[in-house]
Design a binder for this molecule. Structure first.
Ligand code: FHN
Length: 435
């Protein structure tokens, strides 16, 4: 029986809090109609109407080695792939259903190839697993808040046995925890209304998961969703407590704290455009500079960023996403020390950007230049050991200019006469303090 142990928890979370940056991948049958992964629900589409995508799905260009390389080159340290999304289609070879990739023209266990490819790149392996299942007969249909057949009176729930559904999905979780080697992240999704906690058989599920995968990190969505924090935040961890809080499409304005005001581990999951699954007309991609600054914001508030890509019907990650990840990777190559293993700096947020910290090193992220020398708020002037431009190691002198003589307690960096910063996205000053 799993019982929360703070020391075990802290050890389990070490790599995750160091990693800071991961890739989310939403891919499945919904990538063919390309109107988002919720299209069965939003269009109240029957299984029969959706079947054509199962019949067509061939994963012809699927190459998870490419995905893993892209994630690594972007500076991402872990990847989370939808093993099964709400449509109930399994990317893995489950023996409990026929509704799986191995029964399509693809004819492959896509999860097996994925975990091998991600591990081969030295990245941590994550699998997303839906709690909802719009394919399974025993999942509530008519009257459910989001089921595709929620308004169809012919889809009543009289003969549905939810406990049979719970047993089914537990068996599938056991399969993914048994057949694919060590899992590093298990991303359940999501609880809603009374469908949470023990309704999912959560204690039994997590006892099994923690027996098979004792090191795995799980999100908080057996008891919450993108809303709500979960029992760890309440200081009363259930056996199925989330290891991290999972705000969605938002960066918590003040980070995430528990009832005692102590920082919680959290991860903001964010799409590159406005859809998780591939969407043929959604070209509203967030520019790389914006995403770099948002990653810095997450880290400065003690969190991770899980940035999503939605491969197309064939398995190709959209060119726009590839380009954005390439730009992020260029910045990360020069500045990853200000991200990996960093967190809340506990100094005032500067007007020109943000601050992250790792031990006795503070990273001042300059999204814009200042008028005059750069104030490094919150540092004890006489304890500053050295200042370097992180990207190049270039020595940055402490300013002795008269212009800031009215602020003797603030240390200022002298960037010289050029008003244009060497990095127009985020120029990082590494300030090392005496121990
Ligand atoms: O319904 C899902 C959605 O499709 C997507 O997978 C996101 C990712 O966090 N989670 C749920 C919405 O909160």
């Amino acid at each position: 029986m799993y019982q929360f142990n703070r020391d075990d928890y802290n050890k389990r979370m070490e790599w995750y809090q160091d990693a800071r940056f991961g890739m989310f991948i939403h891919w499945g049958l919904y990538s063919i109609p390309a109107r988002g992964e919720w299209l069965r629900s939003t269009e109240e589409m029957s299984i029969e109407d959706y079947q054509k995508y199962f019949d067509e799905f061939d994963a012809r260009d699927y190459d998870p080695k490419k995905w893993a390389k892209l994630a690594k080159e972007a500076g991402m340290k872990y990847v989370v792939l939808t093993a099964k999304h709400h449509d109930g289609f399994c990317l893995f070879d489950s023996k409990y259903t026929e509704y799986k990739a191995t029964n399509t023209k693809a004819g492959r266990d896509l999860v097996k190839e994925y975990v091998d490819a991600v591990r081969a790149e030295g990245l941590k392996v994550g699998l997303y697993f839906t709690l909802l299942d719009w394919y399974h007969e025993d999942y509530p249909h008519y009257g459910d808040r989001i089921h595709p057949m929620r308004n169809n009176k012919n889809c009543g729930n009289e003969n549905r046995d939810f406990s049979r559904y719970v047993e089914y999905f537990h068996k599938q979780v056991e399969e993914i925890c048994t057949n694919y080697g060590q899992l590093d992240v298990l991303w359940f999704d999501f609880s809603y209304d009374d469908m949470r906690g023990e309704k999912w058989g959560a204690t039994k599920l997590m006892n099994m998961v923690r027996t098979l995968q004792p090191q795995v990190i799980i999100d908080n969505r057996l008891e919450a969703s993108g809303e709500g924090k979960g029992s760890l935040a309440e200081g009363n961890p259930t056996p199925y407590h989330g290891d991290f809080v999972s705000p969605e499409q938002i960066i918590p304005p003040e980070g995430v704290k528990d009832v005692n005001g102590d920082p919680l581990v959290w991860e903001a999951c964010i799409t590159m455009n406005n859809n998780w699954g591939y969407h043929g007309t959604d070209k509203f991609f967030k520019p790389a500079p914006m995403l770099i600054k948002k990653l810095v914001e997450c880290v400065s508030k003690g969190g991770n960023m899980l940035l999503n890509v939605g491969p197309d019907a064939y398995g190709n990650i959209p060119e726009e996403s590839v380009e954005i990840l390439s730009q992020i990777g260029k910045w990360m190559k020069r500045n990853h020390d200000s991200i990996y293993g960093c967190g809340i700096a506990n100094v005032p947020k500067p007007d020109y950007g943000r601050v992250t910290r790792k031990g006795n090193k503070y990273y001042f992220h300059m999204f814009e230049n200042t008028i005059g020398p750069v104030p490094l708020l919150g540092l004890e002037k006489n304890k500053v050991k050295k200042i370097r431009a992180l990207a190049t190691g270039y020595e940055i002198p402490i300013s002795t200019s008269w212009v800031h003589s009215d602020y003797p307690d603030i240390v200022f960096a002298n960037l010289g006469p050029n008003p244009v910063l060497p990095d127009n996205i985020d120029y990082v000053l590494e300030v090392e303090m005496d121990d």
